[in-house]
Write a protein that binds this ligand. Structure first.
Ligand SMILES: Nc1ncnc2c1ncn2[C@@H]1O[C@H](COP(=O)(O)OP(=O)(O)OP(=O)(O)O)[C@@H](O)[C@H]1O
Length: 225
């Protein structure tokens, strides 16, 4: 459902992605690991259309070169960037609903998707009316996940969601992702992480990126589809 074929990105004369190729099947969860600066975020941003890239990115049969960045979420792609960018004066629920409003989803569809968010992240319902500025950093990551899920009907991209999470919240976050996969087995996930061990028990494949090149693409023991 997602094909990256020799994707390249340069900033000025500096190549950051040097021919990244991999494919994702429907419903597959992939850990995308690599050191800081290896090119994980740039790969996700290329899929979202936030950086100019060479090569080819295909999603559900669409060549994304022909789909403007603001239209890509409409294909069912949700993105939770590393920095959460919550609107602190809006409530938690208003933050979650924002992408649905931008995408002009009908009220029935918005409600259906919000119910799915609260099903996998019930703690968000409890904090729905709180200003987003009053939640902790870890809770903010949950809100960012909820917001990404409002648009992610086919694919969700999570950039280092475990970074800086206290162990208890990291476990809770992983549990929410498992619940999401049970609820919605056709949703594909790419989760970036700098620690290669952290996602091994969760994703069925680990793709490793080193200095802008794919250095490994292996099924995870016991979880391969
Ligand atoms: N807008 C930009 N302009 C110039 N260089 C950039 C830009 N964005 C990223 N880079 C550089 O590209 C390289 C890859 O960055 P990227 O953020 O994709 O890495 P990453 O693997 O996600 O690492 P991190 O864990 O630090 O986010 C880094 O050397 C970074 O400094």
């Amino acid at each position: 459902m997602l094909i990256l074929d020799h994707v390249t990105v340069s900033f000025g004369t500096v190549p950051v992605l040097r021919g990244v190729s991999f494919q994702l099947r429907e419903g597959e969860a992939v850990a995308f690991v690599g050191r800081n600066g290896a090119g994980k975020t740039t790969t996700l941003r290329s899929i979202m259309g936030f950086t100019r890239n060479g090569g080819r990115i295909e999603f559900d049969g669409h060549d994304l070169a022909g789909v403007a960045a603001h239209l890509r979420p409409g294909l069912g792609i949700g993105y939770a960037p590393e920095d959460r960018r919550l609107f602190s004066r809006f409530t938690v629920e208003e933050n979650i609903l924002l992408p649905a409003q931008v995408a002009k989803l009908s009220s029935e569809e918005t409600k259906r998707r919000l119910d799915r968010v609260y099903h996998v992240l019930p703690e968000l319902k409890e904090m729905a009316r709180r200003p987003a500025g009053s939640v902790s950093g870890g809770q903010g990551k949950m809100v960012a996940l909820g917001r990404a899920l409002m648009l992610a009907t086919r694919l969700v991209l999570l950039d280092e969601p475990f970074q800086g999470l206290a162990p208890v919240l990291a476990n809770r976050y992983a549990e929410a992702l498992r619940s999401l996969r049970d609820t919605d087995p056709s949703l594909a996930l790419i989760i970036t992480e700098s620690n290669p061990h952290l996602l091994r028990g969760f994703a069925e494949r680990t793709i490793t990126i080193e200095r802008g090149e794919i250095a490994g693409d292996v099924p995870n023991e016991g979880l391969a589809a």
